[in-house]
Design a binder for this molecule. Structure first.
Ligand SMILES: Cc1cc2nc3c(=O)[nH]c(=O)nc-3n(C[C@H](O)[C@H](O)[C@H](O)COP(=O)(O)OP(=O)(O)OC[C@H]3O[C@@H](n4cnc5c(N)ncnc54)[C@H](O)[C@@H]3O)c2cc1C
Length: 387
């Protein structure tokens, strides 16, 4: 077993970190202050990210991406995760891997422009009445000749305001199963501007300033059958095949933010003096650092191991759930302790800590809440016993 980074991985980590520090950090304070990301700034940074080979690096080489293996991609995500989310997601976008599942025509229309930085995508599953229980969705699509007619509401949809299209998951029927009726779901490409498709302002939220979520309304929105991604009634199958590693992506970005908070904390503990000595000399402070370092290391090993197994086709749902759960809960702990170590200064926006603490909160909710991850892990333990 080799835990070392290859030369190529070291180079990718170094290049990404230096891009993040030089191109993203300088704009963080303004985005945090205004809650707004200027489109001219986005275009300027996007050009540099494309030139540096960092844009859409998650996408396979055959489709124009960098074709990184999963552990290397996660190391890159860790570095991007250090910065304000709106800045790194918008300016150094990683289009959803699910776009690779499209037909050649769909890839030319949706994936390739996303990789080239000409379009942005978004993914719409959640509804006001269907969050963790996505099969409970009410938004539906009905076939009408060779078209499909979409109706219903989605909410919390990230980046939908800037996205040129959405991949909308709609109920398209029901099937009988031994456990009762189950909804059948189909995924549709819906272009911005399609009649009957409206993007409304979403909610203001505590995490990730400069980033937005939106409410999507579908009112007799008609799309042709060629807009179906994957097969009719197989929307969740295509999502499960292509979105499997998204939970690791969330976890990897948490590693970067935790490391940033931790570095500030060590430096502060070593230099801030109270009672005539650096506060790091007090066990009340130094033991916090030890626990933070240990939790960060455990989370990183779990994320990279799950990524390694993913590439070998051996990652179970429980592996992915454990890695996401550990990394997101680790970040919550590290961000909180970093503020405690800094005392009052930790809450001031001179430092990135209050931002990292606010931003940490969403990570235990999206891409499956912590409770849903524990449910997945515990089911894998108990199912073999029929429990
Ligand atoms: C800022 C933001 C951006 C988002 N972006 C997107 C997006 O781009 N696209 C998209 O489709 N969705 C998006 N989401 C939705 C996100 O994935 C959901 O919020 C998440 O899945 C939880 O659903 P919910 O908020 O409806 O909570 P609920 O499902 O109502 O859960 C409420 C509570 O009940 C618990 N709970 C529910 N079921 C169980 C169970 N079986 N066992 C134990 N506890 C349970 C949950 O863990 C939680 O604590 C986003 C959400 C947010 C907040």
């Amino acid at each position: 077993m080799d835990f070392g980074l290859t030369q190529e991985q070291e180079m990718i980590v170094e290049t990404t970190r230096s891009f993040v520090e030089n191109e993203l950090y300088p704009h963080e304070a303004e985005v945090e202050r205004t809650g707004h990301l200027d489109i001219d700034l986005v275009r300027e940074i996007q050009k540099k990210a494309i030139a540096a080979g960092l844009y859409a690096a998650n996408i396979p080489e055959e489709f124009g991406g960098a074709g990184l293996d999963t552990p290397t991609w996660l190391l890159y995500e860790k570095e991007l995760g250090r910065a304000n989310y709106a800045l790194h997601w918008t300016c150094v976008a990683r289009p959803s891997n699910i776009l690779c599942a499209g037909t050649p025509e769909q890839r030319a229309r949706y994936l390739e422009p996303c990789v080239a930085g000409e379009k942005w995508d978004c993914l719409a599953m959640t509804e006001p009445g269907a969050g963790s229980d996505l099969r409970g969705m009410k938004a539906s699509a009905k076939q009408d000749g060779s078209d499909w007619v979409l109706n219903g509401t989605k909410h919390f949809i990230s980046h939908a305001d800037i996205a040129d299209f959405t991949i909308a998951f709609m109920a398209t029927g029901e099937e009988e199963t031994p456990r009762g009726k189950k909804k059948l779901i189909t995924a549709f490409f819906v272009d911005k501007g399609t009649p009957g498709y409206a993007v409304r302002d979403g909610y203001r939220n505590v995490s990730h300033r400069g980033y937005t979520n939106a409410v999507l309304e579908f009112d007799n929105c008609r799309v042709p059958a060629e807009n179906i991604l994957g097969e009719v009634h197989k929307g969740f199958e295509v999502a499960n095949t292509w979105l499997g590693a998204t939970r690791l992506q969330v976890g990897a970005t948490c590693l970067g933010r935790a490391d940033r908070a931790f570095r500030h904390s060590v430096e502060w503990a070593a230099t801030r003096e109270q009672f005539g000595q650096p506060i790091g000399k007090f066990q009340g402070v130094s033991f916090k650092l030890a626990d933070m370092a240990m939790e960060m290391k455990a989370a990183e090993l779990m994320i990279l191991e799950a990524g390694w197994k993913f590439d070998r086709g051996e990652a179970s749902d429980a592996d992915m759930a454990m890695a996401k759960l550990k990394a997101t809960e680790m970040l919550a702990m590290v961000a909180d302790e970093a503020i405690q170590i800094h005392g009052g200064m930790g809450l001031m926006d001179e430092l990135p800590l209050e931002r990292i603490w606010r931003d940490a909160r969403i990570e235990r909710i999206w891409e499956g809440t912590s409770e849903i991850q524990r449910h997945i892990i515990s089911r894998a333990l108990l199912r073999p016993f029929g429990a």
